[in-house]
Ligand binder design. Structure first.
Ligand code: GRF
Length: 212
């Protein structure tokens, strides 16, 4: 059975594009793209590929809970197997997360648990790190701290800036995210009792180190 996916975005949607390109080969179907910002490039990508999309602007809600409730209602109508956060820059509340628990993935541009939150590339440079990268994890309550599934890393050179590092990391993201969504779609990946299982084996705390 094809895995039905809803993707949440806030911006350029390059990860969305990587997922759109991979979907036919990996047996998942993007049923809808939802953005909390209008006019973003990610929405144009959805439109171009004839994927239904919706904008639900967080500014038009009085509270985070109301935004989450509207978003839940949209997603519940679709009843997807998986929700994929792809550059979605909103923190989802506990109620939303518990409703869809074990079925939400996020990609984050750092080697978590290092640098949750924003400005990850600059923070890695400021810390004098020699490597950086991206992490895909299940979403649980708390910012960027859910159980880790997989990471891919890049070396930091002395000439790197936050911009070059972001680009190098993004390239890795575009390979890593479809790979992990493909595992989920194939029924190989699960979150059970807080543990990440791939092919029925519990993964270590930092997940699988993939290389692209
Ligand atoms: C990516 O680095 C993603 O990891 C982060 O936001 C960035 C947005 O990328 N969460 P895009 O919208 O997929 O191009």
């Amino acid at each position: 059975m094809t895995c039905r996916v809803v993707i949440l975005i806030s911006g350029s949607g390059t990860n969305l594009q990587a997922l759109i390109d991979a979907a036919p080969k990996l047996d998942f179907k993007i049923e809808m793209v939802v953005s909390n910002k209008s006019g973003v490039l990610g929405l144009k990508r959805a439109k171009k590929h004839k994927i239904p999309y919706k904008v639900i602007e967080h500014q038009s809600f009085d509270s985070r809970e109301e935004f989450d409730r509207d978003l839940s209602a949209i997603i519940e109508k679709i009843n997807p197997n998986l929700i994929v956060l792809a550059g979605f820059m909103r923190i989802l509340g506990a109620e939303f997360i518990s409703k869809f628990q074990n079925h939400i993935l996020n990609i984050h541009p750092s080697l978590l648990p290092k640098y949750p939150g924003i400005n990850t590339h600059q923070r890695a440079l400021d810390a004098g790190d020699h490597e950086h990268g991206a992490t895909v994890h299940f979403v649980t309550e708390g910012l960027d701290c859910g159980p880790i599934i997989a990471q891919d890393s890049v070396l930091i050179n002395s000439s790197d800036t936050a911009k070059t590092l972001a680009l190098k990391t993004l390239e890795k993201e575009h390979v890593l995210y479809p790979k992990v969504v493909g595992w989920f779609a194939a029924g190989r990946l699960k979150l059970e009792n807080g543990k990440v299982l791939l092919d029925q084996k519990i993964l270590p705390p930092n997940g699988i180190a993939t290389s692209s």
